[in-house]
Ligand binder design. Structure first.
Ligand SMILES: [Zn+2]
Ligand SMILES: [Zn+2]
Length: 146
């Protein structure tokens, strides 16, 4: 099993959209790294699942102004997705999350390999052809807070 990799305390990482109009820097430590298979992630990314990194808003330095789209998530709270208006590249998600957490799209990092997921959530929505690391803990919906 490959060890889950978080963004460490003091570690920084660069990322941005496909066309480069929007760039950002995030600073560790990350709160979590997960793969989410929910229907909304599928529709928003056009893929089977998305890999997300939770950080506090103050740990995100965004350069450029993303477009946003807001809807309501599974638990009823508002969810706002931030993406480049030029190329459509997804950057991060914000919403009614505890601790002022924002959720970065790991695939928008210049080097997505600096993190790896610790668990898979919303397995109930997973596409039958999607494949996951068999060693990762999996949850039908949200992961219960420990
Ligand atoms: Zn762009
Ligand atoms: Zn999701």
């Amino acid at each position: 099993m490959s060890e889950p990799k978080a963004l460490a305390e003091g570690q920084t990482a660069e990322g941005g959209c496909l066309c480069g109009a929007i760039r950002y820097t995030i600073q560790g430590p990350s709160a979590f790294v997960k793969q989410c298979c929910c229907k909304d992630c599928q529709k928003a990314t056009g893929t089977g699942h998305t890999t997300i990194i939770g950080i506090h808003r103050r740990q995100l330095d965004m350069r450029g102004t993303p477009k946003t789209y807001t809807n309501h998530g599974d638990t009823g709270g508002s969810v706002t997705r931030h993406f480049c208006g030029e190329c459509g590249g997804r950057l991060y998600t914000s919403g009614d999350l505890p601790g002022d957490i924002v959720i970065m799209q790991a695939g928008s990092l210049d080097d997505p390999g600096i993190v790896s997921p610790e668990s898979v959530i919303y397995m109930k929505d997973a596409a039958p052809w999607d494949r996951f690391d068999p060693d990762l803990p999996k949850f039908e919906a949200l992961q219960p807070r420990s």
